[in-house]
Design a protein around this ligand. Sequence first.
Ligand code: CA
Length: 535
Amino acid sequence: MKNQEFNRRQFIKSIGVGAAALTLPGWLQSCASEQKKPNILYIMSDDHAYQAISAYGSKLIQTPNIDRIANEGVRFENSFVTNSICAPSRAVLLTGKYSHKNGLRDNRDKFDGSQVTFPKLLQKAGYQTFMIGKWHLKTDPTGFDDWKILVGQGSYYNPVLIENGEKKKHIGYTTDLLTNFAIDELNQRDPDKPFCMLLHHKAPHRNWMPSPKYMDAFDDRELPLPETFYDDYATRSAAAREADMRVENMYLSFDMKLQPGSYQKETGTGGNAKAAATIEKAWKNTYENLTEEQKKAWNAHYNKVNEEFKKKNLSGDALLRWKYQRYIKDYLSCILSVDESVGRVLDYLDKNGLAENTVVVYTSDQGFYLGEHGWYDKRFMYEESLRMPLMLRYPKDVKAGQVAGAMVLNLDFAPTFLDYAGVKAPADMQGESFRAIARGVKPENWRTSIYYHYYEYPHGWHNVKRHYGVRTERYKLIHFYNDIDAWELYDLQKDPHELNNVIDDPDYTAIVKKLKLELNRLRQKYGDTKEDGAF
Ligand code: CA
């Protein structure tokens, strides 16, 4: 069976997709395509903040190709993640279930690939299913006809991929390579079947290594600091103060790409020489993974950075601001490659007559802090990490240029894609299809609050305490627990930047009471009644 499939695919490849399609008379082609289920192309980057997408009004960057999806379809203004961290977000995407139900609460857990996922259901319904890029779930993908995944987090250059079980190293820039693989896969597919492709970029995840093409893109710009850059966490519980994700503590080597020797002492390691040596070694290994040609391009840009840094001898606030500029410029440069990738894939759909019948989604696995509250990274239920960019294009069903305000979750992706494919979602999937919302119609009784739960503490990176909470259109109530028992309340209408925790303000007593009831209702509804997320 497997060989037959392989031979068929090889045959299609040898004659070319275009040739296969051309064998049908025009009227028959359009008749066939009208009956076809829509293709699904789900593009997800890693840690791409909505603040770095021009369709969301970014002050930092222009992303014309990503914006195309919003301009030609719908942009969601209130799209949220249920657990803001890489692997758990991916497990929620696949299963349509919260972390405590799909078994993957934090980055240490392994995904149970035997459970029901939307790609498996699409496969059963006759779809060809493809997974390309960052997987990060520790077990092999299931439910895909073909898969090529990065090992673990993946690297920016010369990545090793596991391709249907076999490891292979590729030379090149990962964002570009993944795009090539996606286009190759589409070229080789069976054109008589609908496809579902998940294209998951590694970029712009830490440590933000741009392609030579875009290294200099922001050289002549001083990028604005976010309004909350100097947040002193004065009204918050200890959770924000104790989190280890401040821009000031970013590593000079691994994050800032300074070569040891251009600075006196590594930062962010609390003066621990052993920790500093480990970080510097990690950076050295990353750099050494580049080919000689790539090193040449790399050095042409970063040697200047190293030399300037040496000359400036920065400290205190000047060093912090310098770090922010370095961080944000590398981060944005990585996004330019992602934007280019989106453009290439959209062009492919256009050229092959697939644009009309393909649901294209662009999103990220969660939000990210671009200096807000003095931070990088994610995890917290505060807005920049909770919010995901989300846009969808499907000309057959969705009018161009819409903006949707209803609250949607990454929990909703699986039931939504099944809905587009005409497949009934299993009753135990916890999300709701947002297909009607994409069409501009908000269903009656659509959710007016969302539930969130983060678990990766005390183990793991960044020291963000466990918490769960509820967000309504106007308010956000958060409970930090485990080694702390602290509640926070934000009035998003009066305080959109979440600087004033008003949990003890008597004016909000009635609101707190109401929100606690709503939180309990959601915890009951989703079956997450054990505080520690035990199954
Ligand atoms: Ca991520």
